[in-house]
Design a protein around this ligand. Sequence first.
Ligand code: ASP
Length: 441
Amino acid sequence: MKLYMQVLIALGLGLKRNWHIFVGLILGIISGVWLHTHQNPMIMATLDFIGQLFIRLIQMVVIPLVISAIVIGITSIGDSKQLGKLGTKMIFYYAIITLVAVVVGAGLALLIKPGLGAATYITSDIATDIQSHVAATIEAQRGNLLNIILGFVPKNPLSSIAAGEMVPIIVFAVFFSVALAKVGEINRPFVSFFESIFAATMKITDWIMCFAAPGVFALTAVAVSHFGIDIFMAISKYLGVLALGFGIQMFIVYPIFLKIFSKVPVLMLYAAIAEAMMVAFGTASSSATLPLTIACCEKRGISHKVTSFVIPLGATLNMDGTALLQVVAVIFLAQAYGVVLTPLIIVQVALLAIIASSTSAGIPGAGLITIALVLNGIGLSPEQLVAGFAFLFTIERITDMMRTLVNVTSDAVVAAAIADNENEINYDLLNNPEEYNEVID
Ligand code: ASP
């Protein structure tokens, strides 16, 4: 074998797994740009296959993992007073982070005005078939808030499990676990059963992560190949505002949040969850990333008691990245169509975005469906609504990858803050990068 090949292989083997994923991500972006101009159905089909295979593999462990994590987490907290305290704190922290996200989004969109002059390319570029599909979605979402909330309570937990409906599954798992905690010692065999399930699903997650670099590479290449540089240029202002907003959340808001509410060093936390962040970007799914988010946090010292309760709930309910996007998107469309938003309507948009985002499942595209809730009532005509919504669809995947990265990061940030407050964090592990080799031994 040639010497340079040997050096390359040695380098590759020596690199940590998150660097492999990072390289996969960068190569995916480059290949996606190339594929956009050199359409090649066979390469596309192969990449699509690899990406889907990776997503399916992680999805395979999500439901057993979520249920077992919640059962173990809640029963280990045990006492219902402490559980109430932890739950309230969790909701408070998630609410603060999402509230700041909508304020950042609204502030940037109103200041930079990305929508001015955008009406022409919104209306001209959109295929009519997307528009008819979109019209049906908007109709289905209209006035649907109460139904969405009703849908959180499972009529039949087993059918929710079979259908993979995360929120109803979590609602049931929480009720069930609180009841188990209340019945005392008699719960032992059942809890042990879930402890075994949890350990095994984490082991499977570790195996699957060996496949993360090619998986993230393929998913990114396919996503990027749908957008040429031309569309990026046309909507660069909109994407720029989003990227700036997400950047502010990640590099200003979370560090300040951690400083105020804990003594967790933000860079150490980010280093700990780097793999989860990249997988979130590649898969655009908080739920699919969930096993890895938990694994990364636990490996670096955040206790199982906290991660198993806070992160599954966060992956479903805490969507600050999604809320930020929804506010920016709605203001963008209003600006494009010259609709003047009064301060009251802006507040309404922000509040609806908080609700709509937290009703979004942690799967690709969920936040774009629930945005219909926020769009209604801002004064766009039905045609403008459909065209605007269809426009958002065409650039959905890229924005989804960015907001999912933010969603997953904030789950870990809140878990770390709570763990700090509750003395449930091992700072030696968190602050010592040498301890960090691979997620899960
Ligand atoms: N894909 C996002 C997530 O999984 C949800 C969304 O569509 O905004 O976190």
